[in-house]
Design a protein around this ligand. Structure first.
Ligand code: ADP
Ligand code: ZN
Ligand code: ZN
Length: 736
């Protein structure tokens, strides 16, 4: 089968016969010449899939004329990559192609606005001093930024610096700056002038660069993991490696989670590489995205920075893929094919002769495991480049609080420190590491958590009042008393951001409180407005979920409180400890970014849980050792592989039947294969669509893809499964 020309009409594929002598060379991605249309004029196309099933009368199928000789175009390589993803993750070829190839759209030249400074350097400095005296924080921040960079992109200022249009307008009316509109569709980043301030790498940083560039020079390509604490200078290391690759005429892709893709980060890359960089983010229109990809293909740029999808940038000579914050869940796609950007990056790099550099302060257990086994080169950066001290962490035992008569959700320590910060006019962040309601059931007196006897994950409270395991379907009635200590204080843990806000307002009426969660950020820009207000110190306390701890720097924050570390500890999946460790470490990292050292209070019912203990001690190594033991004993990734077969359908009865039929189809003779389910996922019904899941576990990934292929083939021929949607999720990361 052959797609006409790439882009836009990927669904329109055409069947051609493969001449016998070409059979072995016709694989997805190969560029061929084919007779097309009535006149059989010769055009070029790409092979996307081969099949032995003709779609229409075989005598009418034309033959491929020839394989286009010469260099393999980047399109060929991307189509081959799509074919690999389809096989590895399970999807149709069209779904895989659409993930990999950008949509061609007419490019509308968009008007972009630039902010320029009108004053001389001296005048600006004088004005800035005045603003600081008057505590006009937002204006001062903008002017400060303009001193560094006399021309700024309007969108970047409002979206990333969190400065509101009203502030910009006021400065414009005063004649301090002007706003210019330019017909500038090509490059989303374009500050006027760049001033490089190159740092001198410290020994640890230099060691990484030396090793990687030495391997590069010898033509040796592999994957590296840089385990470096926050602020240890990983970004400087990436830039040095990229500089080498670019100097050799090759290109680099830098993946950064969108939420961490801040103005400051982009500016640093710009200062180093100027117009050779481009960024990709979800705010770009399809047209702009396509345009960026075209520029990459034509080698007009050398460095592409962006979230997961930037991985498919069609650079013709890819040299390196950097994945910053490699542990982030956003690198795993939630759409079919459910690929992990890390694995795809490694595969793409292998086939195109590139290297991969992964970096994180809290590496994923998966990557660290591979690094320790020697699959990846491992480097450690143990010191903060700027030498400010790590914050002091207190772990507060909420069982003790209950025992001493404190029924508030704030421990005595947190209350005391809150009071202190309010007096000193320093800022506080209160962090709820999971949205409103978590399904697990625990004892408030002894901390005991109800777990599945078969899966070693926590049981979830369902609406019908029973406790359910989302992996195997095990159920038991809800308990009224703690089976460990007999305490009646046992139940589902409920605490929402809203309740915390109300409580704070009651207890500290004088404090300014901001809340950031799904409710308050529903409006357009709600997210930006809240962060802007907090950055401008319009409030003393910011309460929020995950979204407040990632990627934002608030220098005036000297206290971070984690309300209940347990909320993310028992999410009913095997990644809960890893996620908790990462969140707690990140939250702790938010305290004391400025000159004043910070303090962190972690409240928990499980102060002895290793994720809490090791996060408080900022000890990754120890966390890893404990976690890998659990994964090995329980047979979870990376010690084994897990495949979730997700089934959904409108008819509950049909879905049940289909799930039962399908599970019968799983080959029983595969040694070491564990089959679990069919079970109900955490959310078993969405919009009247019912869901079921079957889990398969095996040491070898390839065994699971074999089972996947078998189930796919079976489903195609089974009328019962026609109305059922089946998706595959390898090593799932998003709790059901
Ligand atoms: P990470 O990416 O590990 O969080 P960064 O690369 O952002 O760390 O570095 C943190 C800060 O330290 C930045 O402001 C950076 O400019 C600075 N920095 C990094 N390396 C050095 C160095 N060798 N000397 C001085 N400053 C450095
Ligand atoms: Zn108990
Ligand atoms: Zn179970």
């Amino acid at each position: 089968m052959i797609v006409d020309i790439t882009n836009e009409k990927l669904d329109r594929t055409f069947q051609y016969r493969v001449p016998e002598e070409m059979e072995e060379r016709i694989v997805p991605g190969v560029e061929v010449e084919i007779p097309f249309g009535r006149g059989d004029r010769l055009i070029r196309g790409y092979v996307v899939e081969t099949t032995d099933r003709p779609a229409y009368d075989p005598v009418k199928i034309k033959s491929i004329k020839q394989i286009v000789p010469g260099r393999v175009p980047i399109e060929s390589r991307l189509i081959a990559l799509a074919a690999w993803m389809r096989e590895r993750y399970g999807s149709t070829m069209i779904q895989a192609l659409k993930t990999v190839i950008p949509i061609k759209k007419e490019i509308k030249a968009q008007k972009k606005r630039l902010i320029r400074l009108n004053l001389s350097a001296d005048q600006t400095q004088a004005y800035l001093d005045e603003l600081n005296r008057k505590h006009c924080t937002a204006r001062a921040r903008l002017v400060q930024e303009l001193i560094h960079q006399p021309e700024l992109n309007y969108e970047l200022v409002t979206k990333k610096l969190h400065i509101t249009p009203a502030v910009i307008k006021a400065l414009e009316e005063q004649g301090i700056l002007c706003i210019q509109t330019e017909q500038l569709y090509r490059n989303p980043v374009r500050p006027a002038e760049r001033q490089e301030k190159r740092v001198v790498l410290n020994d640890q940083q230099q060691a990484v660069v030396d090793q990687v560039t030495e391997d590069w020079g010898r033509g040796f390509r592999r994957t590296y993991l840089v385990h470096g604490v926050t602020g240890s200078g990983k970004t400087e290391v990436y830039m040095e490696i990229i500089a080498r690759v670019v100097a050799d005429g090759q290109q680099a892709i830098v993946l950064i989670p969108e939420i961490a893709l801040t103005f400051q980060t982009v500016l640093r890359f710009y200062q180093r590489f100027g117009d050779r960089i481009s960024i990709m983010n979800s705010r770009l229109s399809a047209g702009e995205r396509y345009d960026q990809f075209e520029r990459a293909k034509n080698k007009e740029i050398s460095v592409m920075i962006g979230p997961r999808s930037a991985l498919f940038t069609p650079f013709p000579n890819l040299g390196v893929v950097i994945i910053d914050e490699e542990h982030e869940l956003t690198y795993k796609s939630e759409n079919v094919p459910r690929y992990h950007a890390r694995d795809v990056a490694i595969h793409r790099a292998e086939t195109e002769g590139a290297m991969v550099v992964l970096g994180s302060a809290t590496p994923s257990v998966d990557s660290y495991y591979k690094a320790l086994r020697g699959e990846f080169g491992l480097f450690r950066l143990t010191d903060r480049a700027k030498k400010n001290a790590l914050p002091h962490v207190y772990v507060e035992d909420l069982r003790e609080e209950l025992r001493s008569g404190n029924r508030s959700i704030f421990s005595a320590r947190l209350q005391e420190l809150l009071q202190d910060r309010l007096l000193k006019k320093e800022q506080v962040m209160l962090f709820l590491n999971r949205r409103g309601y978590a399904g697990f059931v625990s004892c408030r007196s002894c901390g005991h958590v109800m777990k599945c006897p078969h899966c070693d994950v926590s049981l979830s409270m369902h609406n019908h009042g029973r406790l359910v395991c989302h992996y195997c379907g095990y159920e038991e009635p809800a308990v009224k008393k703690c089976p460990e200590c007999g305490s009646p204080y046992i139940g589902g843990f409920r605490a929402g951001t809203q309740q915390i806000e109300e409580l704070l307002k009651k207890q500290y009426p004088e404090a300014g409180v901001l809340r950031m969660d799904a409710d308050t950020t529903r409006n357009k820009d709600g997210h930006e407005k809240i962060l802007a207000a907090f950055a401008n110190r319009e409030a003393d306390i910011l309460i929020g979920t995950q979204m407040i701890v990632k990627g934002h720097d608030f220098p005036a924050v000297t206290l971070v409180g984690v309300i209940a570390a347990d909320l993310s500890l028992y999410t009913g999946d095997y990644l809960s400890s890893e996620r908790t460790f990462q969140l707690l470490t990140q939250a702790a990292g938010r305290a004391g970014r400025g000159d004043v050292p910070g303090e962190v209070v972690i409240q928990t019912y499980q102060p002895e849980h290793y994720a809490v203990v090791t996060a408080a001690a900022q000890n990754y190594e120890e966390f890893y050792q404990q976690e890998i033991l659990y994964r090995t004993i329980s047979g979870y990734p990376p010690a084994a592989h897990l495949l979730a077969v997700l089934l959904s359908g409108a008819d509950q009865e049909e879905l049940s039947q289909a799930a039962d039929v399908l599970i019968q189809q799983v080959p029983r003779d595969l040694e070491g294969l564990t089959v679990i389910g069919p079970a109900e996922p955490a959310v078993a019904r969405i919009n009247d669509i019912y869901k079921k899941v079957i889990y398969l576990k095996h040491k070898k990934y390839d065994t699971l893809t074999e089972v996947k292929d078998h189930l796919e083939r079976f489903a195609k021929e089974q009328p019962l499964l026609e109305k059922i949607n089946m998706q595959f999720d390898f090593n799932p990361m998003h709790a059901g």
